[in-house]
Design a protein around this ligand. Structure first.
Ligand SMILES: Nc1ncnc2c1ncn2[C@@H]1O[C@H](COP(=O)(O)OP(=O)(O)OP(=O)(O)O)[C@@H](O)[C@H]1O
Ligand SMILES: [Mg+2]
Length: 375
């Protein structure tokens, strides 16, 4: 039986393992926390540090194929393992580029992929040398996630809030919509794109709020977006799943924002709303089977279930029975033991043919299912 190792044991790993049960595969997971969401669904769990060279080597040498569910892993170890014959998907070089926002922006520029213009900064002071770039978004080169590594610098007055570390400063796009397309690339380079999704963000938490599929965009925008997403995936020259986040501006131009080389929050709805989910698709890629069917079964809305303000500690769900009684609603809880404000605890997907009804249903779920703590 093929052995596959996953670096990272969060909710993405957990949902991957749920799909792994359908295939002839033995799955090993490495994470520092033995109570992580993916730990007890794996065949073998290793307590280790994904950023430590030796830990990744020790883990990787016992598997045939190695993948990730987070980008923050030791790339040098993956490069070594690849040379030793372990299949690493996505490739270490794609991961290296994506992990660092400076390299990622340089990659788009080098491949003529439409993305906002940018400059590279080493320190906060350098913001003063690039006032012509404002309004802009400053992004930490490494270490940012869920919007935490992004600071909007609208004018000179915001410079104080800037990061004093290696970063990119990119021109602000006049965003009409944020969309994403996941591209699946097989080991034989065959490629298929999921339908575009449209995101609406919570501007306070900077977290994904509601996500609609299909995105409400016209044919011309969709064509540009699919072509951009495919050129990003092609540019990396690696098998894997590539979730390409894009902006559509007020003029209908499409800009690549960033790419995740793995299963992604923007693909959670595919579990119920598409024939082959992003998780099923990744197994097909890892195990070298034919790609799955990306077609929609039904339109959907997806929302993250996040820890409420004011509650920290052991989880208590309020309204779970009520939301489970909503027809066509699917609730996924990630098995995290403790909650804190803004932490992703699960997600819900609602299927239906009427967009307004989907949005109303999503709001109902958001208002009904509340994550609190016991104390
Ligand atoms: N150039 C830009 N112009 C306008 N808005 C931007 C720009 N870059 C980022 N943003 C806004 O900031 C958000 C977060 O940026 P980005 O996706 O790069 O960060 P992130 O930390 O990777 O977030 P996440 O992990 O949630 O995807 C974007 O979704 C968008 O709303
Ligand atoms: Mg993003």
């Amino acid at each position: 039986m093929i052995r596959v190792g996953i670096l990272g044991g969060g909710q993405l790993g957990r949902m991957l393992l749920q799909e792994a049960a359908n295939y002839p595969v033995e799955v090993h997971v490495m994470e520092k926390d033995e109570n992580c969401p993916a730990a007890n669904l794996s065949h073998k769990f290793i307590n280790g540090d994904n950023t430590a060279y030796q830990d990744v080597i020790n883990f990787g040498k016992f598997v045939d194929v190695l993948t990730i569910e987070i980008e923050n892993v030791n790339i040098e170890a993956l490069e070594f393992l690849e040379k030793e014959g372990v299949k690493v998907i996505p490739s270490p070089s794609a991961l290296k580029t994506i992990k660092n926002k400076i390299l990622q922006k340089e990659f788009y520029a080098a491949h003529q992929i439409h993305s906002s213009s940018f400059v590279v900064l080493q320190s906060k002071n350098e913001l003063f040398h690039h006032l012509h770039m404002l309004p802009a978004a400053q992004k930490l080169a490494t270490g940012g996630y869920d919007g935490k590594g992004v600071q909007l610098i609208k004018s000179e007055n915001d410079i104080d809030k800037g990061f004093d570390a290696p970063s990119v400063l990119e021109k602000m796009i006049d965003i009409d919509k944020e969309i994403a397309i996941t591209v699946a690339v097989a080991q034989n380079h065959e490629m298929v794109a999921y339908p575009a999704v449209e995101m609406i963000f919570d501007s306070v938490l900077n977290l994904l709020d509601f996500q609609l599929c299909p995105a409400n965009i016209n044919e011309a925008v969709l064509t540009k977006a699919i072509s951009l997403a495919k050129s990003v995936a092609k540019g990396f020259g690696s098998a894997g799943l590539f979730a390409v986040e894009m902006f559509v501006d007020k003029q209908g131009e499409v800009w690549v924002n960033e790419t995740a080389p793995r299963v992604h929050n923007s693909g959670h709805h595919t579990i119920e709303a598409h024939f082959s989910s992003q998780f099923d698709m990744l197994w097909r890629i890892l195990l070298d089977y034919p790609l799955g069917n990306v077609d929609m079964v039904m339109p959907s809305v997806m929302l993250n279930i996040i820890g409420s303000e004011g509650y920290t500690g052991n989880i208590k769900y309020e309204g779970l029975k009520e939301v489970l009684s909503i027809p066509n609603a699917f609730i996924h809880l990630y098995g995290k033991e403790t909650t804190k404000p803004g932490r992703k605890m699960g997600h819900a997907t609602l299927l239906g043919n009427d967009k307004e009804a989907l949005l109303a249903g999503a709001k109902k779920i958001r208002e009904t299912l509340i994550v609190k703590s016991e104390n």
